[in-house]
Design a protein around this ligand. Sequence first.
Ligand code: TRP
Length: 453
Amino acid sequence: MSGVPTGRDSFGSRFGVIAATAGSAIGLGNIWRFPYVVGENGGGAFLIIYLAFVVAIGLPVMMSEFIIGRSSQRNAFGAFKKLAPGKPWFVVGLMGVTAAFMIMAFYTAVAGWTLEYIYLSFVNGFEGKSAAELSSMFDQFRSGSMRPLIWFFVFMGLTALIIVSGVKNGIEKYTKILMPVLVLILIVLCVRSVTLQGAGGGLSFLFKPDFSKITAKTILEALGQAFFSLSIGMGTLITYSSYIQKKENLGSTALSVAFADTMIAILAGVAIFPAVFAFGIEPGSGEGLVYITLPNIFQQMAGGYFFSVLFFLLLGVAALTSTISVLEVIVAYFVEELNMNRKKATWAATISVSVLGFMCALSWAGMKDVKLFGKNVFELLDFTSANILLPLGGLLIVLFVGWYLGNKRTKAELSNDGELKVSYFKPFMLVVKFIAPIAIALVFLQQIGLLGF
Ligand code: TRP
């Protein structure tokens, strides 16, 4: 039985809800992944497709998670059990909790790299190094030592410390401080980057669409990136919205969060590409973009020491407000479904994630020969969660709201039982019933090779 405690914890203020939820959405996905995916997919044209997906599919999926979470007031698994008793929908929740373990493991490993790079920035560790040296420095760090593992544990510990204090006194309290800090740092970095000589090339790369670069793969990548960046498809937002009070407006909250997430991704592009072009570097440098390319730029740039410390701090802060949202999925599940107290649940979640995390952190070192389908553990978890579990979860979530919950219950939740006007209701239902499921299904089938285009 799910022994749900009475007097469930909740977010205390509207700003708290937005800070926490935007904090979840805004993360390594915006600052580390978005710029290099844009770089590899040709810039501006990719950006337009990405924006279309955020509005047409991302936003409705986000609202669907909000509806499920707030109406049930349960964790990702319990929510489906409560709303659809005796039906197999709880499987969607189980998939979400599974995805949370996977994402937490590889994501915290990358978050750990940022700690190494904060440290390197402080000790001026990039000074005088050539691009090749910086690249081998990154490789050696990942492959040659236990440091990725140590940093993984440090980051995991930080996340657990915040989570153990609860929703209002932990998640909300810290994200309310960390998110404004993040925005400030990012603005400082943008100003520096666009005032570099030769910055214009980077801006036109980011904003001038070249549609000849668009392929089926680009479209796919855009949807995958939208899901990952918005934190949708696995119940993070079901869990967070279960802490949103009944008086809040779910539609406008989702809109603010999606807008903030997109703005930060674009700003990260504005902070990075002008600098990349000003120093004559190839924009499609892949996952090493922020760990290899940027240090190279920082050490050639006036004030580079200061800006590199700021940049890696920014990355660490963004990652932390996201790791807490993923760990919370597991902790809320342990508390409500396995009847643990919060402290015990946090310990249990941290330790079990660490087993997988251990393999991710050492995926280029001691664990590099553990491979499946040619992918190491890190790549395997990244691929399975981001490209399979998230789209599949998102598909089932919109189907659940569109076809199982149906018009009446959905409208009641979106309108706070008739108190708010929901003029967008009809198009919303059209999207969750038909458009989003078809779009997600097409992209997904294409991805796993069942559609031949
Ligand atoms: N959205 C975060 C980012 O952009 C990562 C993240 C947090 C996430 N929670 C998630 C991704 C849930 C997918 C699902 O970095």
